[in-house]
Design a protein around this ligand. Sequence first.
Ligand code: SAM
Length: 280
Amino acid sequence: MTVSLLGAAEIRRLAAELDVTPTKKLGQNFVVDANTVRKIVTAARVQPDERVVEIGPGLGSLTLAILETGASVTAVEIDHRLAARLPETARERGVLEGALTVVDADALRVTELPGDPTVLVANLPYNVSVPVLLHFLETFDTIRRGVVMVQAEVAERLAAGPGSKVYGSPSVKAAWYGSFALAGTVSRQVFWPVPNVDSLLVGFHRDEQPRGTEEERRATFEIIDAAFGQRRKMLRQALSNVLGGSAAAASEVLERAGVDPTARGEALTVEDYLRIARAR
Ligand code: SAM
């Protein structure tokens, strides 16, 4: 199968045909550079027989680059005009029948995906990048690894470990599912329109075994939110509402979990948070 990728002129022509003006509300910054989409696919090490899910395929730049490898793609797009046009674009550019499935839906709300995809590859809509990523990791445990392009600041958070300045609730929640690492830089100039922030690639691998049960995950995330909601406070204070209603009660739980009650949330690993949830 020979797939021809989209260039800048073709992207603009498609957008004009559909009467699409990229909107900030939907985080629509389309990649107009074939080298960049190939770089993302290479970073994700997509293999010909794999099933990939893409969030927000837009006009199809990255979708075609994934399909070019011989992998199949399920693409979830919220903008009806873009979702409706994508199968035709794929056909026109040489993609074989059956290799692409488009789901016209809000990715934050999808609970079923055809084809049990094992790899996630996406240029995520910036305004919902973290919630949509966590939603997919939570909902589709067939996804074992992936590469996403996000705002540089978000990428750094996702990949940060305890003690880092940018370590926050997205870092700990992402770590619940697996390991995350920065996977490459992307110039602003490859987007249309050019965004006013930098982007980075982040790769992830899901852990072999789930870290805990769904109930434990919910409890752990509640504690993470409370800890980072008041990140300057000591844990015994920041967690008093979720651990017994007073600093003294919180200290007791923290000590049972082997965590120093005077520490701050930014010093704890996801394992520490899980131990607190279990000790509650
Ligand atoms: N993948 C394309 C590319 O690289 O050129 C487009 C990426 S653009 C940053 C984000 C895409 O996500 C847009 O096509 C936008 O319409 C879509 N989108 C925004 N919010 C979404 C949501 N909640 N669910 C699914 N798609 C969404």
